[in-house]
Design a protein around this ligand. Structure first.
Ligand code: AP5
Length: 222
């Protein structure tokens, strides 16, 4: 089973993908997290991706696709995955489809969370991330129990370089130009389910679960 979480930066994809993956017993595959780990370790992949990420631009398709297909081939993805941050262009979506088809699989459902720009800005400028496990927190909306420390693993929290206001605005432009065309792409395939991404984390999570219970998803969950 393959579930895609789509939405602008700061829509809550990482937050909700982790919850959904746990609930459904699927792997959580987050392209941004994989890149940040590679950057931190200064692997050849990380060195290639770093500049694009700092500028808030998309990493070239061929680099992202190779990384994600390698990740999807790992044993924990055998039952399927919740994809967070991938695909982000139509070319990436086509490459994913082709790779899944080669294994007799397909994308089951695409969940789109709508969040307006001003909410995105508030969320991203207040976001903190665990340096160790990448869990996202928010200073106001989702604070850790102990300041600066991850509840999940005890790692230290930090602020992402690309969460500065100017870079967030650029990421929003990139989303509209390069990623938003995926909305029509998946709508045409009858896979798209849209939810309001504004509200408490639990509330949005419930909406996503309800959206998954719909007709198309039903055949996958049955
Ligand atoms: P990536 O890490 O994927 O960034 P993004 O898509 O811009 O998404 P974010 O991580 O900023 O936000 P999110 O939607 O996950 O929200 P979150 O749950 O954290 O990508 C980073 C970069 O890597 C890209 O710019 C690009 O360079 C590169 N890259 C990655 N994938 C790529 C691809 N496929 N192709 C090419 N390049 C790629 O929540 C945000 C904040 O809000 C948190 O603080 C959270 O606690 C809080 N929050 C969440 N939900 C709520 C809520 N309901 N109410 C209040 N606060 C909330």
């Amino acid at each position: 089973m393959v579930v895609i979480l789509l939405g602008p930066p700061g829509a809550g994809k990482g937050t909700q993908a982790a919850r959904l993956a746990k609930r459904l017993g699927l792997a959580h595959v987050a392209s941004g997290d994989l890149f940040r780990e590679a950057v931190a370790a200064q692997t050849p992949l990380g060195i290639k991706a770093q500049g694009y990420m700092e500028r808030g631009e998309l990493v070239p398709d061929e680099i992202v696709v190779a990384m994600i297909l390698e990740r999807l081939a790992q044993p924990d993805c055998r039952q399927g995955a919740v994809l967070d941050g991938f695909p982000r262009t139509v070319a990436q979506a086509e490459a994913l489809e082709e790779a899944l088809a080669a294994q007799g699989k397909e994308v089951d459902v695409v969940l789109l969370a709508h969040v307006p720009d001003e909410v995105v800005l508030e969320r991203l400028t207040g976001r903190r991330i665990c340096r160790n496990c990448q869990a996202p927190y928010h200073m106001t909306f989702n604070p850790p129990t102990r300041e600066g420390i991850c509840d999940r693993c005890g790692g230290v929290l930090y602020q992402r370089d690309d969460d500065r206001e100017e870079t967030v605005r650029h990421r929003l432009r990139v989303y509209r130009e390069q990623t938003a065309p995926l909305i029509a792409y998946y709508r045409r395939q009858g896979l798209l389910r849209e939810v309001d991404g504004v509200g408490e984390v639990e509330e949005v999570g419930e909406r996503l679960l309800r959206a998954l219970g719909g007709e198309e998803a039903g055949r996958a969950w049955a």
